[in-house]
Design a protein around this ligand. Structure first.
Ligand SMILES: [Fe+2]
Ligand SMILES: [Fe+2]
Length: 245
């Protein structure tokens, strides 16, 4: 069968934009995403590019953690199971734009994710929700525009930890390395009854004074506050058992 007759016969119905059964829509899970070879390749390239640029770790450890945390936040708040799963998928894919370029990675990654997900057979609406969340996760241009976006922002901006520092030469640490390296514990939790979202950090102040943390993370904490508010929560920051926000 030549290309023309295939299209005329309607076999390639996805090209006609028909939703539902004809397109072969599949319920894509976080496990499908974790196993997907194309996604694994992009995350590997992301890791390589971020290492080359001297950034902290942005690959499998980071996205796996963000996926779990974003899903847990919505689960704790009683969101529907499928929305929880979409938040996990958004978390896992949110940094794949770094495989292209750090600049604009949220927007590039959002479009990449949409194309991969619809290519896997995900419903257009679900893929678009994930695209929108990923496109809004970066503090320079993002806004918590949906529950999935808000959960993704909280999960991503809260991943500050010693294990993210890839530079092994302490003498050449920049402020980002120092702040991340100083964080020995980082936990985010939501309380659906008290309507709070707590970020709890233990920082070794011999490595980095708390002020350095604020210098780097003030914009991120502001974004966290907005994301928590979108979910009807008050954001609270605790560093070394002291409430700072
Ligand atoms: Fe990012
Ligand atoms: Fe990230």
């Amino acid at each position: 069968m030549d290309q023309g007759s295939r299209i005329r016969s309607g076999i390639t119905v996805s090209q006609c934009g028909k939703p539902g059964r004809e397109r072969g829509v599949k319920l894509i899970t976080i496990e499908d995403i974790r196993k997907n070879r194309e996604i694994r390749t992009l995350l590997t390239i992301t890791g390589a590019q971020m290492r080359a640029l001297g950034y902290t770790e942005h690959s499998f450890r980071h996205v796996g953690l963000v996926a779990d945390t974003a899903g847990n936040i919505l689960e704790q708040l009683g969101f529907p199971e499928r929305e929880v799963e979409l938040a996990r998928i958004a978390g896992y894919l949110h940094d794949i734009g770094n495989a292209v370029n750090r600049s604009g990675h949220a927007h590039i990654g959002a479009v990449l994710a949409y194309q991969i997900l619809t290519g896997m057979g995900m419903d257009y609406d679900e893929a678009a929700q994930i695209m929108m969340a990923i496109g809004n996760h970066d503090e320079q241009t993002g806004t918590p525009v949906s529950s999935i976006a808000a959960a993704l922002i909280l999960a991503d901006k809260s991943d500050v930890h010693r294990s993210r520092v890839t530079n092994t030469d302490l003498a050449t640490f920049d402020i980002h390395d120092r702040v991340n390296y100083a964080v020995e514990k980082s936990e985010i939790s939501v309380d659906s009854e008290k309507k709070t979202c707590d970020l709890i950090l233990d920082i070794d102040t011999k490595i980095c004074p708390v002020m350095d943390y604020f210098e780097i993370f003030l914009v991120r904490m502001t974004m966290n506050r907005r994301a928590a508010a979108f979910l009807g929560l008050q954001f609270q920051l605790f560093i070394n058992d002291t409430k700072l926000i």
